[in-house]
Design a protein around this ligand. Sequence first.
Ligand SMILES: Cc1ncc(COP(=O)(O)O)c(C=O)c1O
Length: 485
Amino acid sequence: MSDAQTVPSAFFNPTATGRSELKSSVDAVIASLAGIGEGPRTPLLPAELRSLVTAIEVCPDDGVAFHEVAKTFGEVVWANGVIPTDSACCAHLHPPTLLASVATDVAVSATNQSMDSWDQSPVATEVELHLCDFLAKQLGFSGTGSGVMTSGGTASNVLGLTLARAKAAHAIGVDVGAHGLPLEAKTWRILSSDQAHFSVQRAAAQLGLGRRAVESVPTLRDGTMDLDALDACLDRLHKEGLVPIALIGTAGTTDLGAIDPLRGIAMRAKAVGAWFHIDAAVAGSFIMSDTLAGALDGISLADSVTIDFHKLWWQPMNASALMVGDVACFDLLRVASKYLDRGDEMDGMVNLVGRSLDTSRRFDAAKVVASLRSLGRKQFAQYLDQVLHLATFAAKELSHRPGWKVITQPSAAMVVFTEATATADELRRVQQQLLARGEMVLGRTEIKGEPCLKFTFMNPLVDEASVIRLVDLVVDELHAVRTAS
Ligand SMILES: Cc1ncc(COP(=O)(O)O)c(C=O)c1O
């Protein structure tokens, strides 16, 4: 055999030889994961990590054998990350990933379908449309409902609000895409709760409305939007000659997991002629559970809904979708192009670029469909029940510790808590010291001015004993902080 035949080719090739080369490359990657240790994260800090990483020459003149590269990555990169499966990795909505998704992602990268045009992703386009149809049915949309995958909840919220802005302009005879903002845009307002995700503010900024266009509606103690306050806000806007172009309901706020009264918001959006967007990045997966879906009552009335698969659907990043009640609304954003979305394709060929703010885009629907099919609805719903149980269990444990309290009872995977006399600085030190020692990746936030800590339980396989250990660690750390000062 000549040398040329023994050296693996640089490109993936779907032949028997190519598949066998891929297998040995993936085997090298899997072997490199063996260096991942115990605990939620490495105890190394930025300077130490930086010097390890900068020692890796990015593109040497002569390439390095891949098994060597994989080994180095194992020692430097994979061994020093956070470990979302670990019970003490409990700060964010950052999930462990379903095995079926991880494995399917290998084929997604290897086959590299590009979701912008049908001629680059014939069957992949059909898979994404199929997933969108499935979600549209789950959401209770009529036959016109569909959607598009995006890179995350932020991108989905931006797309939803871009549609809202286009619709508001269209209603006064303006094509905002072609001509930019009309003078009336100065009066346009977006209403969301004071617990809504900051991506709403970023969307308003990007859309040229400015963050001042976002009206923050007060919430009740449990973090849900106060409908009386919403009514008062709408009355005030009317008197001031301001126009609500979008009402946003959050289905699962980032900290408290609070689900706004979606039906009530929908009725008000309809009454004032505003777009109704739901940010269901956190609790959107409740549509998959017979017991939890009721909490999303009114979701079927939305014009657009953000679904974030890389949260409580346990998908590797990136995976999100912007679902719409009427697929025709995407036409408001469409820009034809001579080479891609030409508008004269053969019957039935959908170019998804016509729905998306991205052009080239990864085939993210594959892993979602493969893993949901492999897991099944019952198991999926059980996992949701279990993360909710862990949050509720932690809330109960915390309430048994003298001085500790939860802000509100959990309604998703999170529990937000504090100690009656703890200062913001003490809580900061608790969170930072646990992080620096690599013992816990703990959440820290503020609810209506009150500094708090937060557990987010994304791994349904964590047991109650681990939750008790986490509570003990936090309680002991606050004690240590106070003793040290
Ligand atoms: C309610 C809510 N919306 C949107 C986002 C943003 O999602 P992503 O991080 O996928 O952009 C988050 C992130 O936590 C969120 O909690």
